[in-house]
Design a protein around this ligand. Structure first.
Ligand code: FE
Ligand code: FE
Ligand code: ZN
Length: 277
């Protein structure tokens, strides 16, 4: 069975996100751990989590994916910005243990003018500060499009971060189809080659989730503008290959396309329709 969901608003809690997911025939979902503008995260109630777990079990949910606020930058050149990222990630990971055995997605950050190597070092050092041996949450580094001074713009940079992290068994990768296409990985003409390269550089076992988004921009544009499935430069036939690829088909897929709930419902139906059991 295809495990697929979309990004949902976390403001109404876990039970309501699960209900919303079920209403659009999703069996997982993604949410922001807190308002991207910053500020304190809402407290998580045990009652809400228990109700969520019940719905998730009844509907065979896969792992859910928490997304760190995209405004934090663990490899900023400003120490106070790095401190804020460390504090946010630490707090988020503690909260995630109230919903154990799920995943937490992180943008590795922007090095500004320090160079990618320095950025990689700074982000790895924050991961070393916040990861705990006993945590059940897997932290996913997201593949980025390489806009501005983003690190994680190719598989080698992600591998370099992981290699510098002591508890790297607590790390995985979330592959964003829009980002890697914009970043110069040709999933339209050579999905097989891209997966082989991922396996060679990082190891396919480390791939834990896929952000499934079409792109508003051409190949290698380094732009990062998501488009609805089948309406961008990646196109439906590439997504058909991706969701059915033997090395990807059992992973959880998360839509981050420009949609409201009814648009997500349509995309989920479309993708379920072309998924081969
Ligand atoms: Fe993201
Ligand atoms: Fe993404
Ligand atoms: Zn994006």
């Amino acid at each position: 069975m295809l495990t697929i969901g979309c990004h949902l608003s976390a403001s109404k809690g876990f039970e309501n996100m699960a209900k919303e997911a079920v209403s659009i025939n999703a069996n997982t979902f993604q949410f922001f751990t807190r308002n991207p503008r910053g500020g304190k995260a809402k407290s998580i109630s045990k009652k809400d989590v228990d109700k969520f777990l019940e719905i998730a079990k009844e509907n065979n949910f896969g792992k859910i994916l928490a997304h760190a606020p995209y405004t934090i930058n663990p490899c900023s050149d400003d120490e106070s910005i790095r401190d804020f990222a460390r504090m946010t990630m630490k707090d988020d990971l503690e909260r995630m243990e109230l919903v154990p055995n799920n995943m937490y997605n992180l943008h590795p950050g922007s090095h500004k003018n320090q160079g990618a190597e320095k950025g990689i070092e700074l982000t790895a050092s924050i991961l070393n500060d916040v990861l705990k041996k006993e945590q059940t949450t897997i932290v996913l580094l997201e593949t980025m499009s390489g806009k501005g001074s983003e690190i994680g713009r190719n598989f080698s940079e992600l591998k370099s971060i992981m290699d510098k992290v002591e508890l790297s068994d607590r790390l995985g990768i979330c592959l964003d189809t829009c980002h890697i296409y914009d970043g110069g990985y040709d999933i339209v003409n050579d999905v097989e080659g891209v997966i082989e390269e991922f396996d060679r550089i990082i190891g396919i076992k480390k791939l834990k989730a896929i952000h499934i988004n079409d792109s508003k921009n051409r190949f290698n544009s380094h732009k990062d503008r998501h488009e609805k499935i089948g309406e961008g430069y990646i196109g439906l036939s590439a997504f058909e290959k991706i969701i059915n690829h033997p090395m990807l088909k059992d992973l959880p897929f998360f839509l981050e396309t420009p949609n409201e709930l009814d648009g997500y419902a349509k995309e989920i139906a479309l993708l379920r329709g072309i998924y081969k059991q």
